[in-house]
Design a protein around this ligand. Structure first.
Ligand code: F6R
Length: 237
């Protein structure tokens, strides 16, 4: 029996990072030009060159809404590494949306906050979702083993994820242990997805997506079941 899955993934391998991010910018621009109103956004190092291009463009998101994938639990909003602070600095100051939403990582009850965020997501059609990929194959902060039918929830971050993100903090101890993340089913409801995977560290996860089976052990593999995904990568798999 073959495990081969017919995939709708459109994989574009672009060796030159400048050209890759120009292409990413154009995918976002096309979505906006075609009338996308609700944008799912991501944080992380992968997104920096894309947000830089958007900041320095004439794209106008003032008639659009944004929802971010995730936020650390317990990190003050004013902390420079909170995802709200990242988004303000990298995008929202220069490119405001009509309304921008992130989970509130300072909520007294993070589980109630996750439920509130899920309700908000269910009330909107997500036209476009931007995704990075974790070294362990996470999308959002859906760590390996997360059920594919998960909705927005509180997650305990894997040690490997905290180590990967420690580069943004003074020490590993400062990296929060929990986050609120959109669930996999919430991400899969987006009409179009752009996944950006750059750098050798992402090779095993990308290889799993392109060549492996769909498995909850590697969350990104669910994207094979989505009808409209563009993957931009500098890796030849
Ligand atoms: C960020 C997010 C994460 C990152 C992933 C890759 O909002 O949801 O899934 O996309 O951890 O992070 P970087 O880009 O820093 O390698």
């Amino acid at each position: 029996m073959s495990n081969h899955i017919k995939t709708e993934l459109k994989i574009e391998t672009i060796n030159d990072l400048g050209a890759l991010y120009d292409r990413a910018f154009n995918v976002v621009k096309n979505a906006l030009d075609k009338g996308s109103k609700n944008f799912g956004l991501a944080t992380g190092g992968t997104m920096l060159p894309l947000y830089d291009r958007i900041r320095n463009s004439d794209l106008d998101f003032t008639q659009c809404k944004s929802v971010n994938l995730d936020e650390y639990v317990g990190l003050p909003k004013a902390h420079p590494e909170s995802y709200i602070a990242f988004m303000k600095q990298q995008l929202f100051h220069d490119k405001p949306f009509k309304k921008s939403n992130l989970p509130n990582g300072e909520a007294v009850d993070p589980h109630a906050e996750a439920a509130r965020y899920e309700m908000l997501l269910q009330q909107m059609t997500l036209d476009f979702q931007l995704l990075g990929i974790g070294e362990n194959g996470h999308i959002g902060f859906n760590e390996p083993g997360t059920p594919f039918d998960s909705e927005t929830h509180v997650v305990e971050l894997e040690e490997s994820t905290r180590i990967a993100n420690a580069r943004f903090f003074n020490s590993l101890n400062e990296v929060p242990t929990e986050a609120i993340t959109m669930g996999i089913s919430s991400i899969m409801r987006a009409k179009q997805i752009l996944l950006i995977a750059v750098g050798e560290k992402k090779r095993p996860a990308l290889e799993a997506l392109l060549k492996g089976e769909v498995t909850e052990e590697i969350p990104v593999t669910i994207l094979k079941k989505h009808p409209n995904v563009i993957v931009l990568t500098d890796l030849v798999i």
